[in-house]
Ligand binder design. Structure first.
Ligand code: SF4
Length: 320
């Protein structure tokens, strides 16, 4: 049965919910597991023609956030005052001008949910002026309205990273409905939607994970990702532990086959195993980050641009 599903995927046929669940139920490191990874890898190599992508995210601020997501180091209920920081427009510009643009495809600007929209727009416009045309500017911010989505587009943003997080409204203070309104606003104004299934922990069922795969497919997501939860020292979900790399790679491979993203597939944290699962895109990160207590994640947990490039090159992908 697993081989039939993999054959269907190879023939570019759409997989259904039941088939996605069967693939996720494969025992890690079994023969079927390697067949799954090898199928996802072969499809990615052919479909993406060995083109790899590196995205960089700059976290602009760290502050107690009303989103209050239990998995985030910046949630209001668990914020450490010594993490507080905000980059000025000049500091952001300084970071951006020093970037090796030829190694990058997309630049994400991320803020907490309470960061003023106008300030973000102002910085976004300034950054856009500095970027060569091949670099896409992406917003990773709070929920926003249709008017604000249009303002992002007018300011030069190419897309937005926005998702319904796993257990949204339960492990976060933000209702699912609000997240969906933002997803709809993104699509309505023609911004590219960058999606991810996250933050995956051992407590999440395969049904919950497949639901987000199908949501991404409904929104015709072309840039897809999966991400594991990273437990910071006082993470409110720490009692559940974390998923291991083998499990994450399996979820990446199944997501790749079910969503069939036309541009790229990512797995985060970046791991060699992701390449075997069909990943052709990696994230480098700097500044603040929900999965780090250090507000300069480039010196702590975050990968840098060269690390991301090197892994893709090792995997036989070519960059810009
Ligand atoms: S994940 Fe985002 S919205 Fe949630 S608490 Fe952290 S910064 Fe706020």
């Amino acid at each position: 049965m697993i081989r039939q599903i993999l054959k269907k995927a190879t023939n570019n046929e759409v997989l259904n919910e039941k088939e996605a669940l069967e693939l996720l139920s494969i025992t890690n490191l079994s023969t079927s597991y390697f067949e799954l990874l090898s199928t996802a890898h072969a499809i990615s190599k052919a479909h993406y023609q060995s083109k790899g992508y590196v995205f960089l995210q700059i976290g602009l601020n760290a502050a107690p956030c009303s989103g209050n997501c239990k998995f985030c180091s910046m949630r209001m209920d668990g914020f450490h005052d010594d993490m507080q920081m905000e980059l000025s427009k000049e500091e952001v510009i300084e970071k951006v001008v020093s970037l090796p643009f030829h190694k990058l495809d997309s630049l994400f600007l991320m803020t907490t949910a309470d960061y003023p929209f106008q300030r973000f727009l102002d910085i976004g416009k300034a950054v856009k002026c500095l970027l060569p045309s091949h670099i896409k500017l992406i917003a990773n911010i709070k929920d926003f309205t249709l008017t604000q989505a249009q303002a992002l587009k007018d300011a030069g943003f190419y897309g937005a990273y926005h998702i319904v997080r796993l257990r949204e409204g339960i492990d976060t203070a933000i209702p699912v409905k609000k997240r969906i309104q933002t997803l709809d606003a993104i699509k309505s104004v023609g911004l590219e939607l960058y999606y991810c299934i996250e933050p995956i922990g051992p407590e999440h069922t395969y049904e919950e994970i497949v639901k987000e795969m199908l949501r991404a497919r409904e929104y015709d997501v072309k840039v897809m990702a999966v991400m594991a939860r990273v437990n910071t020292s006082d993470c409110a979900l720490k009692k559940y532990g974390e998923i291991d790399d083998f499990e994450l790679a399996k979820i990446a491979a199944v997501t790749r086959l079910v969503c069939n993203p036309s541009i790229s597939m990512n797995m985060h944290e970046p791991r060699s195993l992701g390449i075997l699962a069909g990943v052709n895109q990696l994230y480098a990160e700097c500044g603040s980050n929900p999965r780090d207590e250090c507000n300069e994640t480039e010196y702590h947990r975050g990968w840098n641009i060269d690390q991301a490039c090197n892994l893709l090159l090792q995997g036989g992908y070519h960059l810009n």
